[in-house]
Design a protein around this ligand. Structure first.
Ligand code: SAM
Length: 209
């Protein structure tokens, strides 16, 4: 799972932006969840099956994983799921103006690559700039979900999110049937098999941001 790709490579700057929603989903007006760094998308297949009244979009930088997910999708009858290949940062930067405001109802960052060395921290997917852009297409009171088995990375993400002053901690997520944290991701199953600790938190977008 941790075969790292350098997200800052020029290669990822020339990819296409995310297509309009009516090209991705049968009903583009449903609430939308975006999973950033979705790998093979197993979490999203489960969520899309369980919640047919939501749309799900996975963004993943490793092309082979996206091609596999798209092939699996082709042989399913799901019309509320889509996968996009690219660096989430560039994909969202290039697409944000084309998306209606208040479009995204929830976003997840599950077990992002930790990039342990300080000089590589800028390669971490969750950066203040990405968070700011994503927040602009999120509804007021939209939810943001994070999970990691690396405490240092979890603390970093928590400080970026709270430091933005756009989100506040939210602790009632388990009541929400759509809650993606109720389903274990691929990396999470691996972490459990190795008895690693798992850190998670839900945040809610504050009003007037
Ligand atoms: C450790 S894996 C976790 C995968 C999955 N979320 C899970 O929990 O099983 C991190 C994933 O994020 C992807 N990734 C890393 N940087 C990314 C970026 N800038 N944009 C999109 N995906 C990225 C990696 O290729 C990898 O598939």
């Amino acid at each position: 799972m941790r075969q790292h790709v350098n997200p800052l490579s020029n290669h990822f700057k020339v990819l296409e932006p995310i297509p309009p929603l009516d090209h991705l989903f049968k009903n583009p007006h449903l609430p939308l969840h975006i999973d950033i760094g979705c790998a093979s998308g197993n979490l999203l297949f489960e969520l899309a099956n369980q919640n047919q009244n939501w749309n799900y979009l996975g963004i993943e930088i490793r092309e082979k994983l996206v091609l596999n997910a798209q092939l699996k999708l082709k042989y399913s009858d799901l019309e509320n799921l889509s996968f996009f290949y690219g660096n989430a940062d560039y994909a969202i930067k290039e697409s944000v103006d084309k998306f209606p405001n208040s479009l995204v109802n929830s976003v997840s960052f599950n077990f992002p690559d930790p990039w342990f060395k300080k000089k590589h921290h800028k390669r971490r997917v969750l950066q203040p700039e990405l968070l700011d852009r994503v927040s602009k297409i999120m509804t007021n009171d939209a939810l943001l979900f994070i999970k990691s088995d690396v405490n240092q990375l979890f603390e970093y993400m928590n400080s970026v999110i709270l430091g933005s002053c756009i989100f506040e901690k939210y602790n009632n997520g388990s009541e929400n049937t759509h809650n993606p944290q109720n389903i274990k991701t691929e990396r999470e199953l691996y972490a459990i098999s190795k008895n690693l600790s798992i850190y998670n938190q839900i945040y809610r977008k504050k009003f007037n941001n």
